[in-house]
Design a protein around this ligand. Sequence first.
Ligand SMILES: Nc1ncnc2c1ncn2[C@@H]1O[C@H](COP(=O)(O)OP(=O)(O)OP(=O)(O)O)[C@@H](O)[C@H]1O
Ligand SMILES: O=C(O)[C@H](O)COP(=O)(O)O
Length: 394
Amino acid sequence: MKTINDINFKDKKALVRVDFNVPLNDNFEVTDTTRIHAAKDTIIKILEDEGSVILMSHLGRPKGNQEEFSLKHIVAAATDILGVQVKFVEDCIGDAAQQAAANLQPCEVLLLENLRFYSEETAGDASFAKALSQLGNVYVNDAFGTAHRAHASTAIIAQYFDEKCFGHLMTREIESLNKVLETPDKPVVAILGGAKVSSKITVIENILDKVDDLIIAGGMAYTFIKAQGGKIGDSLCEDDKMELALEILEKAKSKNTNIHLPVDAITADAFSEHATIDNAAIDAIPNGWMGLDIGEKSRSQFHTVLMQAKTILWNGPAGVFELEPFSHGTISLGKSVAASTAAGAFSLVGGGDSVAAVKQFGFDNQVSYVSTGGGAMLEMLEGKTLPGIAAILD
Ligand SMILES: Nc1ncnc2c1ncn2[C@@H]1O[C@H](COP(=O)(O)OP(=O)(O)OP(=O)(O)O)[C@@H](O)[C@H]1O
Ligand SMILES: O=C(O)[C@H](O)COP(=O)(O)O
């Protein structure tokens, strides 16, 4: 299969699907430019070849043509980051888009209006995909964050191009995950956190025989503790998943995977940063109290496990990190992952909340790789083939 480096884009018009679904503030300024930075080397490669770049993306989940979701809000940030004036056209298909694409000169960049202003995008409509495809003569998919969507611009459009490839970001994401799940240095330690067992079951099942140690933290740990007879007070629990939790523990034993659950918790008498706060053994939380973070002993045990790791995968926070009193377990995990990385481990952080936490606490430059994908990363961890990836490989 061709990579982007195998293609010479001179005098070609590259139609590049990026994921510029970035957060905006009330003044419509981009508050996190990570995804734009992440697409930069792909765009620069095409410009250096003296090709032209037509960028297409979605922004948010608009219902029709809603101005607040216009990609015109991204133009200033993209121009600044790329160091090239980004032109903008207020449609992604039709006469205006065709004119703008036709007028585009080598070394120029054009951004199309939000693809999701057309419901045909999310519907995976073939005629919409075909209309988009007519704007360029090479298709590059670099939208890892959207690769789990079988949409017109990610999965359907590729069939209309003879020349197509992944961009650099897509390649980095796939290679990083393969490094963790397919060809890792051992021992491999995965940390799974977050609110619910139910949202991570498929991930647990898929990675159980790929990792040596699995640290289960966050709200999802309490279902495992209660299932084993522990008292968890008012902590988060999915009673209907307790049997499954026990099955997972059994399965792990048979596969020689060590599961590490927290041994203590930071407890609170309300879900609030103004709550009264205490410590408790993880299996002896009184009624009226809930565990909102992992305790000191758990942090220290997890640190020991992480310092022995050669490969680390982290998905999901250790506690309610959005509230300061319950952020310290997640910060402690971040420090341990950073220390292990400094000692030579390869560490990958993926998923929406874990990436938000890692950035908020400043660990993003101290881990080996931070994924730009939320749902896309989770679906890869579940072992699924992502439509946006399959379309290029086909
Ligand atoms: N002990 C806990 N009790 C209640 N909520 C918790 C607890 N620990 C973590 N959380 C919450 O879990 C949420 C994240 O859980 P969620 O299942 O959404 O993870 P996620 O979004 O899948 O993670 P990621 O996006 O990193 O994959 C956070 O908002 C956090 O506050
Ligand atoms: O932010 C994301 O996860 C991607 O851009 C996909 O967005 P979506 O969940 O609205 O499809």
